[in-house]
Design a protein around this ligand. Structure first.
Ligand SMILES: [Zn+2]
Length: 466
C-alpha cells in the first residue's frame, strides 16, 4: 500500500506539470494526460491493494499513535479512494460524463455566466439566459440518464445512491451539509433581501431573472478601483512581508497568460516547485482576488506533507485553505494597509464586496442543492426542482425555467465552493480573534501548523474547527 501511495503522489505531480503545459497551449499533452489517468486507474484496481488495506486495518490497535497511526489513517483514506474510484471509473459512467463534458465546452457556460453578470447590454443578457435555458432543456434527458446510471453504479457498490457515495468519500453526510447551508442561509438572508431590494429600487421595477446577477454585481463597482492589475503583485508582496515570509522564500512561480479561466495552481513538486497561472484579462478586484485564491493553494502545497498522496488534503479541504487567503482582502483595515486606499474607501470596498459575496454564496448553495435534489429524484422535471429549490433557499421563485446544470460534468463539486466560502470565513474570523486582529507572522504560523503541516492526517472537519 505504501508503494501505491507513493506512486499516486508522483503520478499526480506529473499530471499537474502536464496540465500546466497544456494550459499554456503547448501541444501533445492530452495523450500523456490520458496515460497518467489510465495508470492511476490500473493502480487502484490492483486486487493485492485491497488485501493490503484490510491487513493494515487489522493492525489498527495502535491507531492514532506515531507511524502506526499514520499508516492506519493512510489505509483508511486509500480504502475510501478505492471504493469511490470503483464508481467514478465505471466505464459507462465515465463515457456518459465525458460526453456531457464535451457538450459543455461547446456551450461556453463560463462566457454565458460572464455575460449575465457583467454585460451592460440588457438584450445580450436576455439572450444569454434564453441560451442557458435552451441548453439546460436540451441536455436534461442526457444528464438525467447519467444521474440514473451514477445512482445505479453507487447502489451496486453498497450505497443508497451517488450523493451518499460521494459525500462519504469526502468524509461528509447530507445532514452535515444541510445544517451548514441552513446556518448560512439564516445568516445571509437579511443581506440577500437588502441587496435585492436595493437593486430593485435602482432598477425602478421588478428585476427580470436575466438581470438579477448584473443588478447585484453593479452594486459593488467600487471594488474595481481597488488596484490596477500591475499593482496586484505589490499587494501580495506587502502581505507576505507582514506575515514574515517574503515572496522569495516561497517555492512559488507566478505567471500570467491568455487562458480561458481565471487562474489555477499546479503542484509540480510540493515543497519545491509550485506554479500559478492567472488570466491576463483580469482587472481590478478580481485580479487581486484570484491571485490571493491561487496563492492560498500554493501556500498549502509549499508546506503540505510530501511523498504520500493519501496525506494530501481532499479537493474540498484545499478549496477552503485557498479561500482563507482571499479573506485578507475582505478586511478593511488590512486592505487599506496593503493598498493605497484610505480607510473610508477600503471600508466601502469591503462592504460592497461582502454583500456581493453573500449573495453569490446563497446562489451557490441553491445551485448545489439543486444537484442534490436531482440525484435524489431524477424523474421530476428539472425546471420544477429548480423552482422549488430556489424558493426554499432564496425565499423567492424563479419563473425563468432556466436551470443551471453547470455541476453535471463533475457532479456535486459546486457544493465544495459553497462549503469552502462558509468554512473559510468562520475559520479566519476566529484566527484573527486569536492572533490579536493584526497582520502578523502569528497568522501564517497558525495556518502552517494547523492546516498545512498535518495534511490529511487530520480529518478536515477537525482541522477547521478551532
Ligand atoms: Zn481553488
Amino acid at each position: 500500500m505504501e508503494d501505491t501511495d507513493k506512486q499516486l503522489y508522483w503520478l499526480r505531480n506529473r499530471l499537474a506539470e502536464l496540465e500546466y503545459w497544456r494550459d499554456l497551449e503547448r501541444g501533445g499533452m492530452d495523450r500523456a494526460i490520458r496515460e497518467v489517468h489510465a495508470t492511476e486507474r490500473r493502480l487502484l484496481a490492483e486486487p493485492q491493494l485491497g488485501r493490503d488495506i484490510e491487513r493494515q486495518g487489522r493492525r489498527s490497535a495502535a491507531r492514532g499513535v506515531g507511524r502506526a497511526g499514520c499508516m492506519s489513517r493512510r489505509a483508511e483514506l486509500m480504502g475510501r479512494l478505492i471504493d469511490f474510484s470503483r464508481i467514478e471509473n465505471d466505464g459507462r459512467l465515465r463515457a456518459a460524463l465525458g460526453r456531457i463534458g464535451q457538450e459543455f465546452s461547446r456551450l461556453r457556460f463560463p462566457e454565458t455566466m460572464a455575460t449575465l453578470m457583467k454585460s451592460s447590454d440588457p438584450h445580450r443578457r436576455r439572450r444569454a439566459l434564453v441560451c442557458m435555458a435552451g441548453a439546460g432543456a436540451a441536455l436534461e434527458p442526457q444528464c438525467r440518464d447519467m444521474v440514473r446510471l451514477a445512482n445505479a453504479v453507487a447502489e451496486q457498490c453498497g450505497y443508497a445512491g451517488y450523493v451518499e457515495a460521494k459525500l462519504s468519500f469526502e468524509g461528509l453526510t447530507g445532514a452535515e451539509v444541510g445544517a451548514l447551508f441552513r446556518r448560512w442561509r439564516d445568516r445571509l438572508m437579511p443581506v440577500w433581501r437588502e441587496a435585492t431590494s436595493d437593486a430593485t429600487r435602482r432598477w425602478g421595477s421588478e428585476i427580470p431573472p436575466h438581470d438579477l446577477l448584473y443588478a447585484l454585481n453593479t452594486g459593488g463597482r467600487a471594488q474595481e478601483a481597488i488596484c490596477r492589475r500591475s499593482a496586484c503583485d505589490g499587494v501580495m508582496i506587502r502581505l507576505l512581508e507582514r506575515l514574515g515570509a517574503p515572496l522569495e522564500a516561497w517555492p512559488v512561480y507566478i505567471s500570467r497568460a491568455k487562458i480561458p479561466f481565471n487562474g489555477a495552481c499546479y503542484r509540480v513538486q510540493p515543497g519545491r516547485d509550485v506554479r500559478i497561472l492567472l488570466s491576463r484579462a483580469l482587472t481590478g478586484y478580481a485580479a487581486c482576488f484570484y491571485l490571493f485564491h491561487e496563492f492560498g493553494h500554493a501556500a498549502y502545497y509549499s508546506h503540505c506533507p510530501q511523498g504520500s498522496e493519501m496525506l494530501i488534503d481532499s479537493q474540498l479541504s484545499r478549496e477552503i485553505v485557498a479561500e482563507i487567503w482571499t479573506r485578507f482582502l475582505q478586511n478593511a483595515e488590512f486592505l487599506s494597509e496593503l493598498t493605497s486606499l484610505d480607510s473610508r474607501r477600503a471600508e466601502a470596498v469591503v462592504a460592497a464586496r461582502a454583500r456581493y459575496d453573500g449573495c453569490r454564496l446563497l446562489l451557490t448553495i441553491r445551485d448545489s442543492m439543486f444537484t442534490f435534489e436531482v440525484f435524489r429524484d431524477p424523474e421530476r422535471p428539472w425546471s420544477d426542482v429548480w423552482s422549488q429549490v430556489t424558493d426554499e433557499w432564496l425565499g423567492q421563485g424563479d419563473p425563468s425555467g432556466a436551470f443551471d446544470i453547470y455541476d453535471m460534468p463533475n457532479p456535486m463539486d459546486t457544493k465544495n465552493y459553497a462549503i469552502a466560502q462558509a468554512v473559510a470565513t468562520e475559520w479566519f474570523e476566529e484566527a484573527l480573534r486569536r492572533c490579536g486582529g493584526r497582520l502578523s507572522p502569528l497568522l501564517l504560523e497558525a495556518m502552517v501548523a494547523r492546516l498545512y503541516h498535518p495534511g490529511n492526517l487530520k480529518d478536515w472537519q477537525d482541522k477547521f474547527t478551532w
